[in-house]
Design a protein around this ligand. Structure first.
Ligand code: MSP
Length: 648
């Protein structure tokens, strides 16, 4: 029986560049929450998607020489794109929205018109500052040192006819919402919003643009496109069927239970978004949670700074579950966290390889070694030795739940790992290898191993939201153990004669030094240009000196019939007799562009027949590849060098 519906969202991502580990962080957190709610028995709708309009995308597409639609299609659907990344990271979204989807575009036009009709959107003149990268308008007083208060970059002055949303009208209601309800968390973000944005005076918001076209057109006023944040924020509702017939889930899932958003977009979600919903008399989402950033060397990762961390590389080297786990185990969700490869590797080694991995492999290995496939049902408890572990395992789900309900992933995981450490200690306290020595201790030994397997079951079950594939694997190793929510609050769910299955190490230990060096190597910017490998074999000086290099002038150059490779050169080599050389470079040059040029030839190679014609020597060229495509340039000498001059 479902416990009810639960609707959770990530921000929709700008497909202006490939996504990095910072974007992955937010999506993995949302996925963990969605899986946790499913585990609890909720009917979850998890929405993610892409926010594809705006000037930034239009500009980038222009730079790339394609249409904006082609540009975003490539980043969303292309190889290594957004969909690929979410698949790789095992993101269990239920719906994916693209703001270029027809149903969404039509819905946004209706929404804009509704607010125009109810008087909350009106036409005026916009004079102010615009930050292109943030797609944000600012008034002079909001700028910090004349720059964008969000990203610190230059803003541009603009003046144009535009539509405005009466944000000022909702200032009091928004302040009340923020201060007197738990709509926005963590609480620290409330003070920031109220003090920085509401108290100085909320001004009406410019909600249309005429200076670019890549957006949702205002259908009743040609030339205007809808401000990208209106277009973007309403995705949370259009994806459920608001103002469209594509979906029909609004009744069941709106209002959203929680929007997870990064801290820099809390302003849009906690001020502009509820104000627009108020304007349309729609229920407000129950919660906006503003999470912190993953920082690199203390600063924000960004493509323009060139300091982004590639989730593909990390997932490939460490495994998807290890990466997911690290992101949520290492940083408190509401605050910023400093990413480093060292921290990633040490977290994997400590928690996953040493603590969890060892517990599983030691326990299963001992169960098999001492009892074969199944534990014997005859077991002896020792209340004194077992009580603490059993109590910790039995109380774990409630503690974990308390933290998860507050989005405190790190604390929830800390509780699980306290129990895992306790279980490892329990092994040492009970020394199964000593018990195994005497037949009469076997029933006690069986109970020790049972308690350990039961501990593993509960911990692995509670790890499902974080490491779904590993938890599934552990369930198999415990003979298909139950890991449903109710079973995770009880001790003694595994049958006494549980069958175990051995397997390889869940998380092999990583050699920190070697791995750091390998990651360093991988993070070096790769040139798109490839050159031929250098020759390993040395050539002795005398042999080299035998080669006769000469300047030659092209008197004539013709394509060779029936060959798409060869050009036939008639060359002045300074001897008074023309020299003929054939060269396979037709792909790179038109014959006429070479006539008159001074080239470099090696002239004392034995003559060769090519396509029935004789070639006396070879023209030298430079070769390399760019993005896998072969490039060739003939070596051209200064035309002042006379034909026949020897090069040495
Ligand atoms: N398109 C808007 C969101 C519209 S929602 C109606 C947007 N897109 S974004 O691609 O720039 O960012 C998406 C999310 O990724 C934001 O929540 C942002 O905070 C998050 N992150 C981007 N870099 C990040 C880190 N380095 N660390 C954590 N999260 C970061 O904003």
């Amino acid at each position: 029986m479902s416990k009810g519906n639960f609707y959770i969202t990530t921000p929709i991502y700008y497909p202006s560049a490939k996504l990095h580990i910072g974007h992955t962080y937010c999506t993995v957190a949302t996925d963990a929450m969605a899986r946790y709610k499913r585990l609890q028995g909720y009917n979850v709708k998890f929405l993610t998607g892409t926010d594809e309009h705006g000037q930034k995308i239009e500009d980038k597409a222009k730079e790339a020489g394609c249409t904006p639609q082609q540009f975003v299609d490539d980043i969303v659907l292309g190889q290594g794109g957004v969909l690929d990344l979410w698949k790789l990271m095992n993101i269990s979204y239920d719906r994916f929205i693209r703001t270029t989807d027809d149903y969404h575009v039509a819905a946004i036009q209706k929404i804009f018109k509704k607010m125009y009709d109810n008087g909350d959107i009106y036409k005026g003149k916009y004079a102010g500052k615009y930050c292109k990268p943030c797609e944000s308008f600012w008034t002079e007083s909001q700028l910090v040192d004349g720059k964008c208060p969000d990203c610190g970059r230059e803003v541009q002055g603009t003046e144009e006819e535009a539509y405005f949303f009466r944000l000022s009208k909702y200032a009091d209601r928004i302040q009340d919402l923020l201060e007197n309800t738990d709509f926005l968390e963590p609480r620290s973000r409330v003070h920031e919003m109220v003090n920085n944005f509401i108290k100085p005076g909320l001004e009406d918001l410019c909600v249309s643009r005429t200076s670019f076209t890549w957006g949702v057109p205002v259908d009743f006023d040609e030339g205007h496109v809808v401000y990208v944040w209106i277009d973007a924020l309403f995705n949370y509702m259009t994806a459920l069927g608001f103002c469209n017939d594509k979906y029909d889930d609004l009744q069941a899932f709106w209002p959203a239970d929680v929007h997870f958003v990064g801290k820099e977009i809390v302003r849009f979600h906690s001020i502009i978004w509820p104000a627009m919903l108020m304007s349309l008399d729609l229920p407000l989402p129950k919660k906006v949670f503003g999470h912190g950033w993953l920082l690199l060397d203390g600063g924000k990762m960004s493509k323009s700074k060139g300091n982004v961390v590639d989730p593909y590389i990390l997932a490939e080297r460490f495994g998807v579950d290890a990466l997911r786990f690290f992101l949520l185990r290492s940083f408190p969700f509401g605050s910023d966290g400093n990413f480093s490869n060292e921290l990633l590797i040490s977290t994997i080694n400590t928690d996953l390889a040493n603590d969890l991995g060892n517990l599983v492999s030691r326990t299963v290995a001992m169960a098999q070694k001492y009892f074969g496939e199944k534990l014997p049902a005859q077991q002896v408890e020792d209340p004194e030795l077992d009580a603490e572990l059993v109590a910790m395992v039995s109380g774990l789900r409630d503690k974990y739940e308390e933290h998860m309900e507050h989005y405190a992933f790190q604390n929830a995981l800390a509780e699980v790992f306290k129990v895992i450490s306790r279980a490892n200690k329990y092994i040492d306290e009970n020394a199964p290898w000593v018990l195994a020595k005497r037949e009469e201790n076997k029933p006690r030994l069986a109970r020790v191993l049972y308690n350990l397997l039961e501990t593993v079951r509960v911990c692995a079950g509670l790890l499902i939201p974080f490491t779904p594939a590993t938890s599934e694997e552990i369930a198999k190793r415990l003979g298909g153990a139950a890991m449903d929510w109710d079973s995770l609050n009880a001790f003694g769910v595994l049958p006494a004669d549980v069958a175990t299955l051995a397997g390889p190490a869940l998380f092999p230990r990583i050699d920190m030094e070697k791995e750091l060096a390998a990651l360093e190597e991988l993070s070096k910017p790769k040139s798109e240009i490839e050159i031929e490998p250098y020759a390993e074999e040395a050539v002795d000086f005398d042999t080299f000196c035998k080669s006769d290099f000469r300047a030659v002038k092209v008197k004539d150059c013709q394509p060779v019939k029936k060959s798409d490779k060869l050009l036939q050169f008639t060359l002045d080599d300074g001897t008074g007799t023309d020299r003929q050389i054939l060269s396979g470079i037709a792909k790179f040059y038109k014959p006429e562009e070479l006539i008159g040029k001074t080239l470099l030839a090696i002239t004392n190679l034995p003559p060769r027949k090519m396509m029935g014609r004789e070639s006396c020597g070879m023209l030298l060229s430079a070769i390399h590849t760019v993005k896998g495509e072969e490039k060739l340039n003939l070596v051209m000498l200064d035309d002042a060098i006379p034909a026949g001059a020897k090069l040495c």
